[in-house]
Design a protein around this ligand. Structure first.
Ligand code: ATP
Length: 401
């Protein structure tokens, strides 16, 4: 549809960047980037109008996001060339507009486009050898100053390298090492660093990516004050634990990056951790989860390890000392099968052992709402966990007692 609208408006339009890379790799990609030789914002608005979508326009940059009701997103950029200098009627110059846009990109594999116009529909535009690098599995910058110009590309190189199991091309690796040595990452704002770091922490192979950041000397810029080797084994295995928890029916919640963040910091002193949470603007709730884990993971682990004499209710309550995002960490730290199985059973109980009596029942006994409600409900819950009451009638009798 973008193609029809572009033709109507007299613009040329291309799909560019990650979507082209992922089509060639036959990998899924939900984001579409369009580059428009013309007014990108006007195209975005026309596209949104045709589908009842929303537009978020950034006039200063000539870019816009089209947000479709089903969550699908299209980014539209205006190829940055002054159009009165380069009339759109001249095909040779037109393609130099998209070339200009592609040249600003990070790596050859991300700097390809697909022509969406008329008879050229579907043609691959590949000025920098991106397709060949994709075939050979290489991450290559477009020019020598790329990392100096935008140091965040150092982290992106690692992310794409590990995500696709590629290699950073030797000359690019040299440039990266030199940029790291010159401490270019110290110039990046924490906000931008965090944006990219969070992308890494949400990747399936986040553990390997963090290891690579360490190998290439970037870790101290990402996690200042945190010693990598202390958390290395846990980060290495965390992905597996997250997968296991998912198989058990306990996915990591809607902030999966927090699992890695927590694991990366669990061995660090609270002061450093607090300042890192501030630096990356974690909100109060997220910071609370990180600090609660820091304060309690050793205790939780040692209690769960108790072989005899531990009441189920006590164990379940112990688990409540940790946020769910710390579960992958705890599971990773467990090295015995019986312990993992106990952990699984406790998680099931935590989720499923809600008592059937509630405040309404206590009220019906003539009590007025107050602290006694919580105490009574808590006591029933514990009794249920310890098998002292088994059904609703027994719960009611227990409350009356
Ligand atoms: P992902 O699958 O992680 O979304 P992506 O390539 O789509 O990968 P985005 O961060 O959405 O990643 O970037 C879209 C495109 O914008 C990239 O493919 C790349 O061409 C370009 N790009 C993004 N960040 C930079 C950067 N720092 N420097 C140069 N080009 C960039």
């Amino acid at each position: 549809r973008a193609r029809e609208i572009a033709a109507r408006l007299g613009y040329r339009v291309f799909a560019a960047g990650g979507v082209v890379r992922d089509i060639l790799l036959k990998a899924g990609n939900l984001d579409i980037d369009l580059v428009v030789e013309g007014d990108g914002i006007a195209l975005a608005e026309a596209l949104a109008g045709a589908y009842g979508a929303q537009v978020r326009a950034h006039h200063k940059f000539g870019t816009a996001e089209v947000l479709f009701p089903d969550g699908f997103k299209v980014d539209v950029a205006t190829a940055r060339v002054e159009f009165y200098e380069y009339p759109a009627a001249l095909p040779r110059v037109e393609s130099s507009c998209v070339r200009h846009d592609l040249y600003r990109r990070d790596f050859t594999i991300n700097a390809m486009a697909v022509d969406l116009n008329g008879e050229h529909f579907g043609d691959l535009i590949d000025f920098f050898g991106g397709r060949q690098d994709l075939q050979q599995g290489l991450i290559r910058v477009l020019y020598n100053l790329s990392f100096i110009e935008d140091p965040i590309r150092l982290l992106r190189a690692v992310r794409f390298e590990q995500r696709y199991g590629f290699k950073i091309e030797p000359q690019t690796l040299k440039l990266a090492q030199e940029a790291v040595r010159r401490e270019v990452l110290a110039r990046v704002s924490p906000e931008r660093l965090w944006e990219e770091l969070k992308h890494i922490l949400m990747e399936e192979k986040a553990g390997r990516m963090l290891e690579r950041l360490h190998q290439l000397g970037m870790w101290p810029f990402a996690f200042p004050g945190v010693t990598y080797w202390e958390v290395q084994p846990v980060l290495h295995d965390l992905g597996e634990s997250m997968q296991l928890l998912e198989e058990w029916g306990f996915p990591p919640g809607n902030e999966p990056w927090l699992c890695y963040f927590i694991a990366a910091l669990h061995w660090t002193d609270p002061e450093t951790v607090r300042s890192l949470c501030e630096r990356y603007h974690l909100n109060k709730r997220q910071t609370g989860k990180v600090l609660a884990t820091l304060a309690n993971w050793r205790l939780v682990l040692s209690r769960l390890c108790l072989r005899d004499g531990a009441r189920t209710s006590e164990l379940v309550r112990t688990l409540l000392l940790l946020p769910p995002e710390a579960h992958p960490l705890i599971l990773t730290l467990m090295d015995e099968e019986w312990l993992k199985e106990r952990f699984r059973q406790l998680l099931v109980l935590l989720r499923e052992s809600k008592p059937t009596v509630d405040g309404t029942y206590i009220k019906s006994l003539g009590y007025r709402p107050g602290p006694i409600f919580r105490r009574a409900l808590d006591a029933v819950w514990q009794a249920r966990l310890d098998g002292l009451v088994k059904n609703s009638d027994e719960e009611k009798a227990f409350v009356q007692e």
